[in-house]
Design a protein around this ligand. Sequence first.
Ligand code: TXE
Length: 495
Amino acid sequence: MSDVTLLPSVNLFLARDHGHFINGTCSPSSTSAKIKVINPANGEAIAQVSEGSQADVDQAVLSAQAGFKIWSKTSPAARAAVLFKLAGLLEQNREELAQLETVQSGKIIQISRAFEVDQAAHFLRYYAGWATKINGETITPSLPSFAGERYTAFTLREPVGVVVGIVPWNFSTMIAIWKLASALTTGCSIIIKPSEFTPLTILRIAELATQAGLPAGALNVITGSGLSGKALIDHPGTNKVSFTGSVPTGIAVGKSAMEAKLTRATLELGGKNSVGFLRDVDLDKAADGIIEAGFLHSGQICAAAERFFAHRSQIEPLMEKLAQRLATLKIGSPLDESTQFGPVTNKQHQQKLEAFFKTARNESNTIVFGGNAIDGPGCYVEPTIILANSAKDTLLNEETFGPIATFLPYDTDEELLHLMNDTPYGLSASIWTNDLSKALRLVPEIEAGTVWVNMHTMLDPAVPFGGVKASGIGREFGAAFIDDYTELKSVMIRY
Ligand code: TXE
């Protein structure tokens, strides 16, 4: 097979002189500072975007404040209609958006189409449905009256205002949609700051939002590095930050938000997610499960698993089966529809993964499969299996965010639980077994925001998602996100 041909619209978009997206339109930056966007499959610069300056940030906040005045007064049904229309436009422009995503991130084209566009449209429709269902409640006050007077009370759910949505590079389209959908369905306006590595698709989606009828200023995009993200959080005109990304940056973002003005913050961070295979597990299903849990999009998924615990009697045959499967993965160009395993998203990340391979060797871990970067201009690394010596080894403790499955054997169920929870993080975990009753007894003991049984990494818009411990604060999806994007106003009446 060969690469799909880039659509003319993709080539035209890449060649544009990109500014920010402010006030419903592409807006030139106030500075000439540019950031090159590099295709990680071949190391070539494919586009350039602007570095957001303080003046750009000021302009975006003014725009978002004006957008908020209009959008928060727009009826819930009209808000839902715009979001439904935008979901349709994502699908109509599916191939263009998927190709843009693949050339900026190295994600294989099949995943860009199925997840970044199709799934994003599903999520958007789910959120749109909430616009007409967000309500307060009536309350009967509890204290006795003094002289026969009566009281009644109710709550209003009011949008928090201008939201700053900070997006990482791993699922730059879908995560941007989660953030803008949460903000817009609740009546907030939003400024998205995409990752400097993957800023292109959201610039195109912002144009589609205008086409869908979103009023100017309700959605803005400021491109640039972390500095522009910080300037947005620090700005007195922003009211909330919703961040997805690494733990250290999440902690910095949380501190900035608190220091600035007690800005509300939701932080969806990564971690070091565990998988526990119980002794009865079918090894073929377990090996397939590891591909799903650890190797989809080269492991660059915050919920992906990196720590795998198997019973001592099964660990060798399990790693052998996994190695057989990894050996058949077709590694290649992400634009080739037959490719199953593409590059990682940027050079820095490839170098970081190489450093992890080195650490594993220095700590005398066994490299069962892979363990090298792949030579060439692209950012490729081999899918890798590592057998650690102890629970203290680096590869079992630090987030690699790459296609590296690190294994450790256990002997008893108590030891398995201890190993799974022995991490400062807790975004997700999974257990694999045919014994559902045992699984249900273990679930409450596992310290993670999401626990999957016989599956891993599947996110559904109806099911809340977020971390415990150092993996974050707050929840996305379900009804849980509403608390984070609205303020509860209490009203009491005497009669
Ligand atoms: O992520 P960051 P980076 C891991 C992965 C990767 C490493 C660094 O291992 O190698 O993190 O990647 C913006 N105030 N993950 O640097 O730093 C930044 O511009 C406000 C795991 O890309 O988390 C980008 O838009 N914003 C992860 C976003 O924050 C700031 C997903 C994410 O950047 C900022 C991505 C600041 N002070 C990387 N500094 C996961 N687990 O989900 C940076 N940003």
